[in-house]
Design a protein around this ligand. Sequence first.
Ligand SMILES: Nc1ncnc2c1ncn2[C@@H]1O[C@H](COP(=O)(O)OP(=O)(O)OP(=O)(O)O)[C@@H](O)[C@H]1O
Length: 220
Amino acid sequence: MNPPAPQADPARPRLSARGIGHRIGERKLLHGLDLDVTVGTSLAVVGPSGTGKSTLLAILGGLLAPAEGRVTIDHGHGRSVADSVSWVLQTVNVLPDRTVLDNVALGALADGADWNRARELARPALERVGLATFADRPVRALSGGEVQRTVIARALVSTRPFVLADEPTGQLDAATTTRVMDSLLATTATRGLVVVTHDPTVAHRCTRTVRLTDGRLTHL
Ligand SMILES: Nc1ncnc2c1ncn2[C@@H]1O[C@H](COP(=O)(O)OP(=O)(O)OP(=O)(O)O)[C@@H](O)[C@H]1O
């Protein structure tokens, strides 16, 4: 069971996908999907491998244009969908020769902070994901799970209203998964979170869960 959904607040930013259809080659991947996520809530997207969860996430955050339908943002203070989202992706975009601290600071830099302020904000985020002692290491010297946590910390320092995360705990052990999810869910006080996951313990902690099967969504 997911935790009880909070009362809907019409003034909070909301990311809305309507009638999303998409095909890859001859294969119709997504069939007229509707999906909403509001700041203050978290949404888990589950489903078998290869059903299109990552594709749906990319469409939701404006990385990929859908063949049909549209994604809009309500009460977004004039920001575009793409500018309202920070990403935690499977194909991580890190600067391998820069330090962990600098890679995390990039999240705040992208929001307009200067380097000093961005690094200041990055330190507590690193602590939250258990990487405080790794701050000065180059990212190329990290394990896969440590890189994953670096990318999560970068999303934590961002002030963009939505975090879209693709398998953010895929390379983490159970204790680290709990810690990272604590941090991501804590940000939903002021942000909306969408998590694509194969881990039922992660999905169960989110406000809502949807399952993508055969191109359609079931609300669980
Ligand atoms: N650029 C592409 N070119 C060709 N096929 C693609 C491309 N991107 C995705 N696909 C295919 O589209 C389908 C959906 O991929 P997607 O990554 O969205 O699935 P997923 O549900 O996130 O899978 P997983 O749980 O394994 O990560 C898969 O069969 C994948 O091979």
